[in-house]
Design a protein around this ligand. Structure first.
Ligand SMILES: [Zn+2]
Length: 331
């Protein structure tokens, strides 16, 4: 087994009640979570653990409080994006291993080795390490708000754009490529397009995260649609998965034009409409000028990261983007 693969992945209802079984080799765990989940789940988790445990809150970590991790031998990230990211960062700081215990299925970072860190309004990625295990309790995850699940679906279906662009960037601009990783992400995408179940979504998210860890960069799962979302982060507060899904059909349109898409932009746009995700300029509450500014900024991000964009490849200009957006019912 490769070192980037978790040693165990459990996805089922009631998985958390057996958390103790996965910790047999450890004596001093520390749980990382946010305030809300701490209030909701502390007693339940401690019941399952058979007594009090040490907790580190995300807010404590953010002000530099990591002394609680001294003498611990395993970290459990319990929660959504922020909690899992903090567990990853703590694992990097302390050298300890960590286990992902997601309480929502909102993004593909559950089993990845990259933490998303916010600094001066920008989000950037920090390399950490992959979890040694994933305990995904579906009875907890299904209680999370629907919007989080939609964001999770968005972060997977946007691979329709990132995968095609990755292949284009490899063939036209010599970016590194890996067929096995491509297939892994493609299967994750296909599974979610075909099956709405929560278990399928969680598995797809874990596989997408594994793919990024195996490949050593986010490129397979993150193309221009992600760069547009990062540009939108400057002023939007919409969930990551909803923003990348919003930008995806536009990128798929140009990939189709370039002959690098197995998916149809119109169908992908209809998919996000069907799921009631933000699908129009009005839904995300911005003007077309603002969106164009985000696209420009996204292209700068792509250039800075040495990533080839399909928009660059197709030589797209502002009137062209607006025309395509009209065609795809963005407004
Ligand atoms: Zn993403």
């Amino acid at each position: 087994m490769s070192i980037v693969d978790p040693q165990f992945i459990v996805i089922r209802k009631g998985a958390l009640s057996k958390v103790d079984d996965f910790l047999e080799d450890y004596e001093r765990p520390i749980f990382v979570t946010d305030e809300l989940l701490y209030a909701e789940y502390r007693e339940i988790v401690e019941d399952f653990m058979g007594g009090e445990v040490t907790w580190l809150l995300v807010s404590e970590y953010e002000v530099g409080e990591i002394s609680k991790a001294l003498g611990k031998d395993i970290i459990l990230g319990f929660g959504g994006g922020r909690s899992l990211d903090t567990a990853k960062l703590l694992a990097r700081d302390t050298g300890l291993d960590w286990i992902a215990v997601p309480t929502a299925a909102s993004h593909d970072g559950i089993a990845s080795d990259v933490a998303s860190v916010s600094h001066n309004g920008y989000r950037y990625s920090e390399k950490c390490k992959s979890p040694i295990g994933v305990i995904a309790d579906l009875s907890i995850i299904e209680k999370a708000p629907t919007k989080l699940r939609l964001a999770g679906i968005g972060d997977i279906i946007c691979k329709a754009s990132s995968l095609g662009e990755w292949r284009l960037a490899h063939e036209k601009n010599d970016e590194p490529f890996d067929k096995r990783v491509y297939s892994l992400v493609k299967s994750a995408l296909e599974s979610v397009l075909q099956d709405e179940s929560l278990e399928t979504l969680v598995r797809a998210e874990i596989d997408a995260g594994r793919a990024m860890s195996i490949f050593g960069s986010s490129r397979p799962c993150s193309g221009t649609e992600h760069a547009i979302s990062h540009a939108m982060d400057r002023e939007q507060t919409e969930l990551h998965g909803l923003q990348v899904a919003f930008a995806m059909p536009l990128c798929v349109y140009y990939l189709e034009e370039a002959g690098y898409s197995e998916y149809k932009a119109e169908e992908m746009h209809q998919f996000i409409v069907k799921y009631d995700m933000p699908a129009s300029i009005d839904d995300v509450g911005i003007s077309s000028d603002q969106f164009l500014d985000h696209v420009h900024h996204a292209l700068d991000i792509m250039t800075r990261r040495n990533r080839y964009s399909v928009l660059q490849h197709q030589g797209v200009d502002d009137p062209g983007i607006l025309q395509t957006m009209k065609l795809l019912d963005y407004f």
